[in-house]
Ligand binder design. Structure first.
Ligand SMILES: [Zn+2]
Length: 258
């Protein structure tokens, strides 16, 4: 799903489709990591970082195909987004797992940035793990070869405080990882052009635009000002493309045409 022929960075929203990943306190990992990943994808494009995604909708991708998408993109870096679950409800905080062949510096920069954004870190916030054969334990490290892949676990859906923090603050946490990548590779970083204002979000009540959607505030304003409405009363389809004809009408309604 890469728009650029050769992205420097691949963002991988974990799970998808028939594989929901972790769930707890009303949140489902596959949806939350897709929101986080789409937010980061748009932010990286805004910052001029060539970026791709392993999935941009709710589809299932098996592990080998997922790793192959990353490898064939020829990207140098991969951020694999996940949210944790544990049998103990007290386990909480973010952790970043890097390859056994990686010095772990990128993971440390991400961990520090998440802490600056207010997320709790696990006691061991960054680490690597090998299997019985002495290879990387996780397939995303084992099968992505020379790509510098970090698995970012933003917190635990099975912990009430973490789930609450994630629901309220997933945008600042997603942004923290964007900032960390820019810092690590030495790319110019600037704050988002559009800030999501939680207070005006989702008054229009679309089922597919949750309060925490990164564009919720702008979508609400577009609908309220009658410039750009939903496909139905219930659905806005935030990730569908706009046609050239629709764009002309939107520009006209926005008063930008003479
Ligand atoms: Zn996961």
């Amino acid at each position: 799903v890469s728009e650029n022929s050769q992205p420097i960075l691949m963002i991988d929203p974990g799970h998808g489709g028939t594989d929901p990943g972790a769930s707890g306190h009303g949140l489902i990992e596959k949806n939350m990591v897709l929101d986080i990943s789409l937010y980061q994808y748009n932010r990286f494009k805004e910052l001029g970082v060539s970026v791709g995604l392993t999935r941009n909708n709710d589809t299932f991708i098996d592990g080998t195909s997922r790793a192959n998408i990353v490898v064939s993109s020829k990207a140098k870096y991969c951020i694999s987004n996940h949210i944790n679950a544990a049998s103990s409800s007290t386990a909480k905080g973010a952790e970043i797992i890097h390859s056994i062949h990686d010095d772990g510096l990128f993971a440390k920069v991400i961990a520090n940035s998440l802490a600056d954004a207010g997320q709790v870190l696990r006691p061991t916030a960054t680490y690597c793990k090998s299997n019985a054969q002495g290879k990387d334990y996780y397939f995303m490290h084992r099968q992505t070869g020379n790509v510098k892949t970090c698995i970012v676990e933003y917190g635990f859906l099975t912990n009430k405080e973490d789930a609450n923090r994630l629901q309220m603050n997933w945008i600042p946490y997603a942004e923290a990882v964007v900032q960390a990548f820019c810092q690590f590779v030495g790319h110019d970083y600037s704050e988002p052009l559009i800030k999501t204002d939680e207070n005006v979000a989702n008054k229009s009540g679309f089922e597919d635009v949750p309060n925490h959607h990164w564009a919720a505030a702008s979508i609400t304003k577009a609908v309220e000002s009658n410039i750009f409405t939903g496909v139905s009363k219930e659905r806005f389809y935030p990730d569908r493309n706009v046609t050239r004809a629709q764009l002309a009408v939107i520009l006209d309604r926005a008063g930008l045409l003479k």
